[in-house]
Design a protein around this ligand. Structure first.
Ligand code: SAM
Length: 227
């Protein structure tokens, strides 16, 4: 709910040339490359507009990007044309992938995408990731410890240059947060699923073997898994 407005409002996810998007790339790049020494086939799952797909193509990987949102894939495809990129972008659902078993050397799930998925859905995503990964494949997942961030969300800390949080409603069981953002011009609401680090890791452990968890800042992580 409300994700279209959210992504329209925050360039960090939709404008690969913005300083916010570039900052995310610079933060993750050295860590990704450290765990991706061997070249191979990459699935950028929930790729958005594809900034990380292009990064890995530039480093010699064969990349495919998949996202459920047609607008995201349209923009990623436009960027690809502009960059003369060979990355193939397709519309699809991470919970039900159309690829054969053991297709990819790496699956990336970056940019705090967990906020889109209720536990049952994230479980389906992990199951599919495991299926499409090759035997010695690696799963790299970047997420924010939303539970750790909850006190700051509750305080309605100002975010970005244009939008601020004007209202936060957290459901009784603290499973989702309905956040209202406002700017001088407009307002919108978006519902995030609240995933804490422990919950993400417990669920992931049902499907994968942990290799390493890299702490990127106070609340965000890159977790690396094998089958
Ligand atoms: N990974 C990209 C990045 O780091 O820039 C995009 C991250 S963005 C926070 C989350 C993305 O997940 C959105 O582009 C959204 O459309 C996509 N998404 C949400 N549900 C999905 C699903 N079921 N299958 C595939 N993509 C999904």
């Amino acid at each position: 709910m409300g994700f279209k407005e959210y992504y329209r409002a925050f360039k960090a996810y939709t404008d690969i040339y913005s300083k916010e998007y570039q900052r995310r790339i610079e933060e993750l790049k050295p860590h990704l490359l450290r765990f991706m020494k061997r070249k191979g086939k990459v699935l950028d799952l929930a790729c958005g507009v594809g900034g990380f797909s292009f990064l890995l193509e530039d480093h010699g990987f064969e990349v495919m990007g998949l996202d459920i949102d047609e607008e995201m894939i349209k923009k990623a495809t436009e960027y690809a044309e502009e960059k003369n990129s060979k990355v193939k972008f397709i519309v699809g659902d991470a919970r039900e992938l159309s690829f054969e078993d053991e297709t990819f050397d790496y699956v990336l799930f970056l940019g705090n995408t967990t906020v889109h998925f209720l536990p049952k859905d994230l479980s389906e995503v992990f199951k599919e990731v495991k299926r499409v990964l090759k035997k010695d494949g690696v799963f790299l997942m970047n997420f924010v410890d939303m539970r750790g961030l909850l006190p700051r969300i509750r305080m309605g800390t100002i975010v970005g240059e244009e939008y601020w949080i004007s209202k936060v409603t957290i459901d009784e069981e603290e499973k989702t947060a309905l956040i209202e953002y406002k700017s001088e011009r407009d307002s919108f609401r978006v519902r995030f699923v609240i995933w804490g680090k422990t919950a993400v890791e417990l669920l992931a452990k049902l499907y994968f073997i942990p290799i390493e968890s890299v702490k990127l800042d106070e609340v965000s992580y890159l977790n690396v898994y094998k089958k």
